[in-house]
Design a protein around this ligand. Structure first.
Ligand code: MN
Length: 728
């Protein structure tokens, strides 16, 4: 493997090159745990990476390829599989070079291609919100977008190297990247239990974001450090000999507190530097759980424990799977000593978290897929969690694609909205504000117009286009998933219906009173109030609404208002008023007016209206059988209607056809229909025999004339044997 490795591996090193990590170093590291064929493949990935980044340099002046190599090194230190290492080497090629996903797929297979693609997707996400609460959502978004947890590990390794080489950046850029590291990446590492990674990200982030504070703290730590060395050593010694005396074998080490953890304690708990720093921290690592508890007994015997400060994270682990015993002791001269006690296995998990569960094992293990490894880790942690019953918190914290129940979307301003899975732009709009939902007319997803019913994906930026006077569409109810959208739409429709019912009720009552030779203006207020009282209605609006909804008959109310109470239905059928007094239908009456599906009336047809309780007015064709049969007994519920001069919408007409069974016949018909500016809403196949087929078409038309033109066009087709409008 080592033979024939080209530059930069064998290039003559220039000054300062000695610390550079080379492909030959990577290969020898990989050879300790991967098969030769797998190392070979990583090497091929290196060749493609070097070729793709040829001529590019980093801000440090180095050839670009050193960056992906450094990322691969971190992955190798985590003992990741060869696909993840290859992807780490190629992680920037899709973003920064002409090398495509297809090429990676062709040369290294789907798994590597998907990993590189996943990292590129995360690269496109930009955290820009100022609000701190949004950071949590952004972290969840990153995890939700990622189908394979190895993508996150590569991204963390990528960020780690960028932080290590941050010094060359402009100060403002440095601070921005440092902030993002502290707010997004370090917490993700922590969530995945990767404490070593988290610590380094935090230290680098802290000194880049607050260089001055970090320097002051470092000087303080340095000053105090000298005085501590002696007592610290004595304490370690004392514990060590006590443990030996009890026959316990273990590692004891003093822990250096990180600058960032000191800073955070001072900031969050308002402690002075001395309060935070004048604490000795000791870690004891032993073989097994049992020995952990025995060691605890030993140290509690040696120094008195501080009451109430003992924590058993072995029995009740932290939500990322961390396990240890924590206790605080009164040391010599009253100096507090923080002690962590854990097993070797717990220590490994505490340092590398999910990566510890991932580490490559040769042989049969290699057949396990990425998903099954991630799932195994989750299962391990969940099992620990289940025993103490806080698995819900854990699931809340670790959202990988294994639990894809939420989508994380951006507002145009960079805020993140969390929506349930399958949420649509309408749900998004109502989540922003009910006014935005009610006035929504279109949506842009990542700047492209998109249907309002499309299912949103994590990471998308959604912009809602609103229009003054726009209203929710009842059809939205069939695809929204959030309660907020559903309630918002229903509420708005209901108030629209109320308004429309009132307007229709007003027109119906005007007409009824007109037929009696009077009008609402001429009805005395006293009589109106008396009638409202008798009906137990609060006001005229409510009465008009009732009429519009078909709950009361305008004719009857009219007669009561002019003092003809006695003349109830059956007196005559005066609703068949002269044509001049018919109600004009514009087609824009909205929710209180609908068109009967039995006869599909269109402008030009003689029409008649039927009031049906709660639904308002249903328009039928005059000849419709449904009206003919029922109409007689329900004269009071039947209203003469006519079309207004200029109906403002498309109507639906039904035609029945019989056509020859010839391939292409339907296509010809569809073409004729389209040529006439009509759409097919629905086709129903009624029956078929050896040579012909009967169908019913629902077509959009403007009026009778339009329909007649379409039917004439269809009749000309030789395959169309018969055609007629459907009767009610
Ligand atoms: Mn990178």
């Amino acid at each position: 493997m080592a033979a024939g490795i080209p530059a930069p591996g064998n290039a003559a090193p220039t000054a300062g090159d000695s610390t550079r990590f080379l492909i030959s170093d990577l290969c020898s590291e990989l050879e300790t745990y991967l098969e030769p064929a797998e190392v070979e493949e990583v090497y091929r990935a290196y060749l493609l990476g070097a070729e793709s980044h040829e001529g590019q340099t980093r801000k440090t002046g180095e050839p670009y390829i050193y960056h992906p190599l450094a990322v691969a090194r971190t992955m190798a230190e985590m003992r990741m599989d060869h696909q993840a290492i290859s992807a780490a080497i190629l992680h920037d090629v899709m973003e920064d070079t002409a090398t495509s996903k297809d090429r990676i797929h062709a040369e290294f297979g789907e798994e590597v291609a998907e990993l590189v693609d996943g990292v590129s997707k995360l690269t496109h996400l930009h955290f820009q919100s100022k609000a701190e609460a949004q950071a949590e959502n952004f972290r969840k978004m990153m995890l939700a977008i990622t189908r394979d947890i190895r993508v996150i590990l590569i991204k963390l390794a990528d960020r780690l190297h960028n932080m290590r080489t941050l010094g060359v950046m402009r100060p403002d850029k440095r601070r921005r990247i440092a902030k993002e590291t502290l707010e997004i990446y370090a917490p993700i590492a922590q969530r995945l239990g990767m404490n070593a990674m988290r610590r380094e990200l935090e230290e680098l982030g802290f000194s880049a974001k607050h260089p001055w504070r970090a320097a002051v703290l470092e000087r303080a730590v340095h000053r105090s450090g000298g005085n501590r060395r002696e007592p610290m050593k004595n304490i370690e010694q004392a514990i060590c000999s006590r443990m030996e005396a009890s026959g316990i074998v273990g590692r004891i080490s003093g822990r250096e507190k990180s600058l960032y953890s000191i800073y955070r304690k001072m900031r969050d708990k308002h402690h002075s530097f001395e309060e935070v720093f004048d604490v000795f921290a000791i870690r004891i690592v032993v073989d097994d759980v049992d020995t952990c508890y025995r060691s605890l007994g030993v140290v509690h015997n040696l120094y008195k424990p501080v009451p109430g400060r003992f924590k058993d994270y072995i029995a009740i682990p932290k939500s990322n799977g961390y396990q240890s015993l924590h206790t605080i002791l009164f040391g010599p001269q009253g100096i507090p000593i923080e002690v962590q006690i854990r097993s070797t296995e717990m220590d490994r998990v505490a340092e590398s978290g999910i990566a510890a569960h991932w580490q490559y094992k040769a042989g049969s293990e290699s057949s396990r897929t990425a998903q099954s490894r991630a799932r195994e880790w989750l299962k391990d942690v969940l099992e620990i969690q289940n025993s103490v019953g806080n698995s819900i918190e854990f699931l809340e914290n670790v959202k990988v694609d294994l639990f894809p129940d939420e989508v994380y979307t951006f507002t145009p301003g960079g805020d993140i909205l969390v929506l349930p899975r399958d949420a649509t732009p309408i749900d998004f709009a109502y989540a922003v504000h009910s006014d935005v939902g009610n006035r929504c007319v279109a949506a842009k997803i990542d700047r492209q117009l998109a249907p309002l019913s499309v299912r949103l994906q994590s990471g998308q930026t959604v912009e809602i286009v609103t229009a003054e006077g726009a209203r929710p569409n009842p059809a939205w109810l069939s695809f929204v998933v959030t309660g907020k959208a559903r309630t918002g739409i229903r509420h708005c429709l209901k108030s629209m219906q109320t308004d429309e019912a009132r307007a229709l009720g007003q027109r119906l009552l005007d007409k009824a009173l007109g037929g009696l030779g009077t009008s609402l203006k001429h009805v005395s207020p006293g009589r109106l109030d008396a009638l409202l009282d008798a009906m137990q209605l609060p006001d005229l609006d409510k009465l008009l609404e009732d009429i519009g909804l078909g709950n009361r008959m305008a004719s009857l109310v009219g007669r009561q208002l002019v003092g003809m109470e006695g003349t109830e239905a059956g007196d005559d059928t005066e609703e068949g008023a002269p044509p001049g007094q018919s109600l004009a239908i514009k087609g824009t009456e909205g929710l209180v007016l609908s068109y009967a599906r039995c006869c599909h009336p269109i402008p030009g047809d003689p029409i008649i209206g039927q009031l049906s309780a709660g639904r308002g007015l249903v328009v039928h064709r005059e000849k419709c059988r449904n009206v003919q049969h029922e109409g007689r007994d329900r004269a009071d519920r039947t209203i003469a209607l006519e079309w207004s001069h200029d109906p403002e919408m498309q109507f639906t007409a039904a035609i029945r056809t019989r056509t020859a069974n010839r391939r292409g016949a339907l296509a010809d018909m569809a073409a004729v229909i389209a040529d006439h500016g009509s759409n097919i809403e629905h086709i129903c196949f009624n029956e078929q025999d050896g040579h012909s087929t009967a169908m019913t078409f629902l077509l959009t038309v403007r009026d009778r004339q339009h329909l007649a033109q379409i039917m004439r066009g269809l009749r000309r087709l030789k395959d169309v044997l018969r055609i007629a409008r459907q009767r009610g």
